[in-house]
Design a protein around this ligand. Structure first.
Ligand SMILES: Nc1ncnc2c1ncn2[C@@H]1O[C@H](COP(=O)(O)OP(=O)(O)OP(=O)(O)O)[C@@H](O)[C@H]1O
Length: 667
């Protein structure tokens, strides 16, 4: 193509960008105008508020970030129709599309069409941007058999771009195998087993955005939930969905999800292991349901000068029936109450010939004899109370004597209200609460780093997705919890979706090949059957820094890293973090913690135990031997830590490296 054509093409694309931006501005102004007149047109205060809230959200959704291109691709179809593909729909004043949302059905072929299967696409165009300016484009004439695949310059530039700040969306460069997962049906539960940096988190977040677009009304009612391992991770991913225009998604750690009690104590490893075991579900259910007794006495309820009488047999039938219906426990108690009152009501109707009032029915239901009967045959209980009882005396359960000893409170609190709960207790209390009353179910739940969830944590998520589907993301090799999953089948069963489809992702978009080769050396020692990743990145640098002065060598490595663009992450054994922060501060280097993703400082110092899911352009791993020996699954932790690097990895150590690594580095 002569240069002039290229230039004029670029000029006309820039023109389209400018007019699309203007159109978006018009859409926003229109929404703003409606927003400010909302209370005048709405009939009543409630409608005005609803409308106001809706319009305020609409205005926010239509915000235009000057640094984010409004479109990133274009499809030229066989019929010569052209569609620009972007982050959201933009229409002109006549309502004609100027930019199509990447989630619209037509956009699918932008991600899926190939030379072999062009799907009606003649030319696929990708745009290159610099700071919001359209600077280049790349065409694939699929009709002529041209296809760039992963050798696209624009894809390579995106993958190799230095990382700063929080995670970004990948809409412009979603790969076909990722797109299959992103666009999976709402009813499908999928489990993505992906090696480090294969885009699992990205896929999960984009699937949430896709589902919200495609099933807006349904999911607005039921909601979408994202579950991540810790708050540092949630901060890191927090801006991806809002950048895609999706503002109404709940994000939570598992601990916060089940956090109905304050956590003020820590379990021994033995106690935590027992409490997280799936058998605790049966133990709690048995402890709860054995409270239900069959009535043995008749019931007499005084009502002014009269007394209603119900024999023991019909009362027994009520309890038996409700028990068989298997409701949540607290619902069951109310059902028994309602049916007992119904029997009294029938007697009253027979006697008086008319229907009693609602107030009378309520009075009967709350009368002393009825409440006493309920307390006898279906006693009220709370989740914390049930768990406290179990931890005070686990005897008589199906737990072995050793398991009972591990969880028994050495010094039971005076009442359950003063108990010092642990994180695992909170999970048990959530299970108990779930037996008492079922929580509302989200329409879709994305669970990241799912390999670390215990069976009991999985059940907490299952309760919240009973009527919805799941996107389960994880890597068995990155399992660091004592109860980490060995296979996905078991986790999916505990998550309540035994039929979930397990799909592997193996193309690595983060970690450079040299670093991945090193990390993969740990895989045989991790005893899990997972396909290793193959890196798309041939660049990258790996340095082995053996130095007896670890803080000094770390400071030097950070200085060197700061000379190049991008974020710097110093990942150290937990016990060494405070000392390294001091050493860096004394050297005049400002640092942030992993929670502070928007911090000005380019250097983050973080303990190995919070590194999961995060990435930094330049990673400095400090004393791998100590990371590996700090916990039973220390080698898995080291595998996580080594795979956080986007471009460069320094390994700073005074102690010898774990065997698996020393072979590669000395070679
Ligand atoms: N199709 C893609 N185009 C561009 N960048 C991508 C693509 N897929 C993933 N990435 C980038 O690769 C990096 C790793 O992605 P992500 O964090 O989703 O991987 P992950 O599988 O969850 O990794 P880990 O298991 O190590 O946490 C991110 O910076 C992400 O933006």
């Amino acid at each position: 193509m002569p240069v002039t054509d290229l230039d004029s093409d670029l000029a006309s694309e820039r023109h389209h960008l400018t007019s699309s931006r203007a159109a978006l501005r018009r859409m926003r102004e229109h929404a703003q105008a409606l927003f400010s007149t909302g209370d005048k047109v709405a009939g009543d205060a409630y409608t005005a508020e609803q409308l106001g809230r809706h319009m305020a959200r609409r205005v926010r959704e239509l915000a235009d970030d000057p640094n984010t291109p409004l479109f990133f691709g274009r499809l030229q179809l066989v019929e010569d129709n052209r569609f620009h593909i972007g982050r959201r729909h933009v229409t002109d004043e006549a309502g004609e599309p100027m930019v199509l949302d990447w989630r619209a059905p037509i956009s699918r072929s932008f991600y899926q069409a190939s030379a072999k299967d062009p799907q009606g696409v003649r030319v696929r165009r990708r745009f290159g941007f610099m700071r919001g300016e359209l600077t280049s484009f790349e065409d694939e004439h699929l009709d002529r058999g041209e296809e760039l695949g992963t050798s696209s310059r624009i894809l390579t530039a995106e993958i190799e771009r230095p990382r700063v700040g929080p995670m970004r969306d990948i809409v412009a460069t979603i790969q076909p195998e990722q797109d299959e997962l992103v666009r999976a049906d709402l009813g499908d539960t999928i489990c993505v087993q992906g090696a480090p940096g294969t885009g699992k988190t990205a896929v999960g977040l984009h699937r949430a955005a896709f589902l919200l677009f495609t099933h807006r009304e349904r999911l607005k009612r039921s909601g979408v939930l994202i579950v991540g391992p810790n708050t540092a991770f949630l901060h890191y991913i927090a801006s991806v969905l809002p950048a895609l225009g999706e503002l109404d998604v709940h994000q939570s750690t598992v601990d916060d999800l089940v956090g109905s009690v304050p956590v003020r104590a820590t379990d021994t490893p033995e106690a935590a292991t027992v409490k997280h075991d799936a058998k605790m579900a049966d133990v709690l259910a048995t402890a709860l349901w054995r409270r239900v007794r069959r009535p043995t006495e008749p019931l007499t309820v005084p009502d002014d000068s009269y007394r209603w009488r119900i024999a023991a047999e019909p009362l027994r039938r009520i309890v038996d029936d409700v028990r068989r219906e298997n409701p949540a426990y607290a619902i069951g108690r109310e059902r028994v109450r309602a049916r007992v009152v119904a029997l009294i009501q029938r007697q009253s109707e027979n006697r008086r010939g008319d229907s009693p009032s609602d107030a009378w029915l309520r009075r009967m239901g709350r009368s002393k004899p009825v409440v006493a009967l309920l307390d006898e045959v279906w006693p009220a209980v709370t989740g914390p109370e049930l768990v406290a009882e179990l931890l005070t005396d686990p005897g008589g359960t199906d737990l072995s004597p050793e398991e009972q000893a591990a969880i028994r409170w050495a010094k039971p609190p005076k009442t359950w209200k003063s108990a010092r709960w642990t994180a695992a207790d909170a999970v048990l209390i959530d299970e108990a609460n779930g037996l008492l009353d079922r929580p509302a179910s989200f329409g879709h739940v994305v669970v990241d780093e799912a390999q670390d969830l215990s069976p009991m944590q999985c059940r907490a998520i299952a309760r919240r997705s009973e009527h919805g589907s799941l996107t389960v993301l994880g890597d068995l090799a990155q399992g660091t919890a004592p109860w980490a999953a060995g296979t996905w089948a078991a986790s999916l069963a505990h998550l309540g979706k035994p039929g979930g489809r397990v799909v592997p992702l193996t193309t690595g978009f983060r970690v450079p090949a040299a670093v991945l080769v090193l990390a993969n050396r740990l895989l045989p020692a991790l005893a899990v059957d997972v396909p290793p990743a193959v890196s798309l990145r041939a660049d990258g640098e790996l340095r082995d820094v053996a130095d007896p002065d670890v803080p000094g060598a770390t400071v030097a490595a950070v200085r060197r890293a700061l000379a190049i663009e991008g974020s710097v992450g110093v990942i150290a054994p937990d016990a060494a973090v405070a000392g390294l922060r001091t050493a860096l501060a004394e050297a005049g280097i400002e640092t942030a913690s992993a929670d502070e993703v928007e911090a000005e400082s380019r250097v983050t110092v973080l303990p190995a135990t919070v590194a999961k899911g995060l990435e930094y352009d330049h990673v400095i791993v400090v004393e791998p031997a100590d990371i590996a020996s700090a916990e039973p699954r220390g080698l898995n932790r080291l595998y996580v830590v080594l795979t956080r690097a986007v471009s460069r990895l320094d390994i700073v150590h005074a102690k010898p490296l774990p065997d698996q690594l020393s072979d590669t580095l000395s070679g």
